[in-house]
Design a protein around this ligand. Structure first.
Ligand SMILES: Nc1ncnc2c1ncn2[C@@H]1O[C@H](COP(=O)(O)OP(=O)(O)OP(=O)(O)O)[C@@H](O)[C@H]1O
Ligand SMILES: [Mg+2]
Length: 472
């Protein structure tokens, strides 16, 4: 029902003007070929006068930080820039109701935080109705008035956030893993009533437990150098002779049997860097030394991996012996979920299913070096854990992984080392513990929550251990 009418009966024009919908995959929504025309498209269709269009587009572009790429073609945008553009194109219509499907999945932590504060303002100050789905719950969950729990197409419960958190934790439901870190930590430490949800509540909770003294953070030794699997030396790359360098004197070594997570802002050049390492884009200066030819690259847009009508045909393309891949598929708890989907086209999969299918196809080529671009987007917390286990298994087998991601929690848990890309080069690199303990914004919720109170912990498990160890 929408304002007393059933949604089916709603006039199409009214629905288009009043209900703003943002899809999960940024590529599915874009209709024009330039950023400027995309932002104006909806308003032009609605017959809004040109002056007003200019004013509204300027305001939105300013808010979303789009000015520096306002004149670009859509094809020249990074994944996160496309997602921001979709959000801005819907917001510019000033809809009464906003429906968002995982709106922050490809945004860097800083842009995601800004976007979430904007949603909060729209809701609190302008009374806008917002309905959104999200796997990244850390900041959004505490802001909701009500949280719905969906399972197999059915809405199981709708509750205020604190009650929902308590319900999930009590049932030890798989989705409890997605709850904000403060709630999970407090629950594990025996708190039942009034679970903390925000960082502020979480810090006061920890403060009330401990004496508030934390020892000097211990910065662990960097990992010893191992055998090199791939090495990029002094790479320079730009998309056009007259454009600026995206990679500038970029150097990076990937060690055999390790997982290196690479973080960085939207548009920093992470996808570009993976494509240079994979040999898809040629640098104009510098060298990539590859110790093996068996390099696989999983694109940020997993649809790009599929060329055929069905998954089955695509998998057979990657590994001709169908018996062989079928065996691998059913033997793996993570990939097994694809068995009932084999007849489907990649277009007809959910975001999480698509990500899984793309990963399986890449794996079938038996690569030694795997370059992954945002592989956790669209995965629920349970699937993320399974993916993490698989990545670990692969590194134990001696495969080398380079993981580009905005998911700080995932990299803290599963990467051996983390690095930060800025201004075309790597500016910091270290084990997750040293990397996140020294970052202010690009850091995990557990680190923000415990900093200065409980030593330096980067995962929820570590905070719990420290709290129990401190006997509080
Ligand atoms: N095909 C292209 N032609 C021209 N410019 C491009 C092209 N692809 C990307 N760019 C530009 O190069 C820069 C780096 O883009 P890239 O996709 O590597 O960023 P990213 O770090 O992967 O960002 P995100 O986190 O949003 O995915 C951006 O400014 C982007 O606009
Ligand atoms: Mg990218």
């Amino acid at each position: 029902m929408y304002e007393g009418n059933s949604v089916e009966e709603l006039d199409k024009r009214r629905a288009a003007l009043e209900i703003g919908f943002v899809f999960q995959s940024p590529d599915a929504q874009i209709v024009t070929d330039r950023v400027s025309s995309e932002l104006a498209f909806g308003l032009e269709n609605a017959g809004v006068p040109p002056e007003e269009i200019r004013r509204r587009v300027a305001e939105m572009a300013g808010f979303f930080g789009i000015e520096s790429w306002y004149h670009k073609e859509i094809d020249a945008l990074s994944g996160g820039q496309k997602q921001l553009l979709n959000l801005a194109s819907v917001m510019v219509m000033n809809p009464k109701v906003l429906i968002l499907d995982e709106p922050t999945s490809q945004l860097d932590p800083v842009s995601a935080g800004n976007f979430i504060s904007m949603l909060e303002k729209l809701n609190r100050e302008l009374g806008q109705t917002i309905l959104l789905t999200e796997h990244r719950q850390e900041e959004l969950f505490p802001l909701a008035d009500r949280v719905g729990l969906m399972e197999a197409g059915e809405l199981k419960a709708v509750l205020p956030p604190k009650e929902m958190a308590a319900l999930l934790l009590e049932q030890n439901a798989p989705l409890a893993k997605a709850l904000p870190t403060p709630a999970k930590i407090a629950w594990a430490l025996g708190e039942k009533a009034g679970l903390p949800l925000t960082m502020k509540e979480g810090r006061s909770f920890l403060m009330s437990l401990s004496s508030g003294t934390s020892g000097e953070p211990e910065i662990p030794e960097p990992l010893a150098d191992g055998e090199k699997a791939l090495e990029a030396k002094n790479i320079f790359f730009r998309y056009d002779k007259d454009a600026r360098d995206v990679l500038k004197d970029f150097s990076l070594t990937l060690q055999r049997g390790r997982c290196l997570a690479l973080l960085g802002g939207n548009g920093a050049g992470k996808t570009t860097m993976l494509q240079v390492l994979a040999g898809i884009l040629p640098p104009y200066r510098g060298k990539v030394k590859r110790q093996t030819k068996k390099i696989a690259y999983l694109s940020q847009n997993p649809r790009a991996v599929f060329l055929k009508e069905t998954l089955e045909e695509d998998f057979t393309l990657a590994r001709q012996d169908a018996n062989d891949w079928r065996q691998e598929l059913s033997a793996s708890p993570f990939f097994q979920a694809l068995v009932p989907l084999l007849e489907r086209n990649a277009m007809d999969l959910s975001g999480g299913e698509l990500q899984k299918a793309a990963l399986f196809k890449v794996m079938l080529t038996q690569p030694e070096v795997i370059l992954l671009d945002e592989p956790t987007k669209g995965l629920d917390p349970f699937a993320k854990e399974e993916l993490g286990d698989i990545l670990r298994e692969w590194t134990l087998q001696g495969k080398s992984l380079l993981l580009v991601t905005h998911d700080v929690e995932f990299s803290a848990r599963y990467a051996d080392e983390c690095a930060f890309l800025f201004d075309g080069g790597i500016v910091s690199k270290g084990t997750p513990r040293s990397f996140f303990a020294t970052n202010q914004f690009y850091t995990t919720a557990a680190c923000k929550m415990s900093r200065g109170i409980l030593g330096d912990a980067v995962t929820a498990e570590e905070v719990i251990q420290l709290a129990v160890g401190a006997d509080c």
